[in-house]
Design a protein around this ligand. Structure first.
Ligand SMILES: [Zn+2]
Length: 269
């Protein structure tokens, strides 16, 4: 063993001794801060393949969120921010209206918790509303919505209007926890045997940009590092693969639904 190796070994032994015998330091947490941050705090990570200028983030957030009494923004790490709202209502509204995008990149928002450190937070998924287009009314049940949503990720909500077995609307809506490492599925084939299979198209609400080559969030096609194109889900007819058709229009929420209630003619005429 060389003299240098012996020195390194001796230093390591000393360090281990300190770790074993060292006492941890107990500090007092501010109860007021814990309560305030729990009720009004969110931690957000921008899923981007480059560093986004924090001033740009602040400007976009303040304009888009329009909070009634403002929001404090603290940058914790590169592309990771703490948002502290002035009231719980603003926080709830921002979570419900998500996902949000900044410069085309999704902002993954998570609840603030005491003793959390950035490294412990799970930013591996985000909730997204998916519209299921081209499905006939008779298939638009809650049960089917859950089954369809499960093709993409964990189903967290189904938008179901009416009290019948099926939803009287022009598309199904299902909220799914989308894993950011998984590709955004473009749709699926509906088995209509003995008739030919039918392509059912997914449209993702409020998903600004994603890679049209590998179908993943967080980067654009020009900066894609994936080697091969995934074509397993290409349908026989257009649209196919990944593309802009997978983004729901801005009017894609309930406003695009159209239900007319016909009043019965009065028989007392
Ligand atoms: Zn890609």
């Amino acid at each position: 063993m060389s003299q240098q190796d012996e020195l390194v070994e001796a230093l390591n032994a000393e360090t281990n001794k300190i770790r074993v015998s060292g006492k941890s330091l107990k500090l007092k947490a501010s109860e007021k801060a814990v309560e305030e941050l729990y009720n009004t705090g969110l931690v957000g990570k921008l899923l981007a393949d480059r560093s986004i200028n924090k001033n740009a983030v602040k400007a976009i957030i303040l304009k888009a969120w329009r909070t009634s009494r403002g929001v404090q923004i603290v940058d914790l790490r590169e592309n990771i921010f703490l948002f502290k709202f002035a009231c719980e209502g603003d926080k709830r509204r921002i979570v419900e209206l998500g996902p949000w995008n900044i410069e085309g990149f999704p902002l993954i928002l998570k609840q603030w918790n005491q003793n959390m450190v950035v490294e412990d937070l799970d930013f591996s998924s985000l909730p997204v509303w998916i519209q299921v287009h081209n499905l006939s009314i008779e298939y638009m049940s809650k049960e089917n919505a859950v089954e369809i949503g499960s093709l993409v990720g964990e189903v967290v909500d189904v938008d179901f209007t009416g009290d019948g077995e099926v939803c009287m609307c022009n598309f199904l809506r299902v909220k799914v926890e989308v894993k950011v490492d998984d590709l955004l599925r473009s749709g699926f084939y509906l088995d209509r045997s003995p008739h030919s299979d039918l392509w059912i198209q997914f449209k993702y609400e409020r998903v600004a940009e994603f890679c049209y080559k590998c179908g993943r969030l967080g980067h654009l096609k020009a900066r894609c590092l994936k080697v091969s194109h995934i074509d397993a889900q290409i349908p026989s007819k257009e649209p196919y693969g990944f593309g802009h058709w997978m983004k729901a229009g801005s009017s894609g929420r309930k406003t695009s639904r159209w239900v007319e209630f016909m009043a019965e003619e009065s028989s007392a005429k």
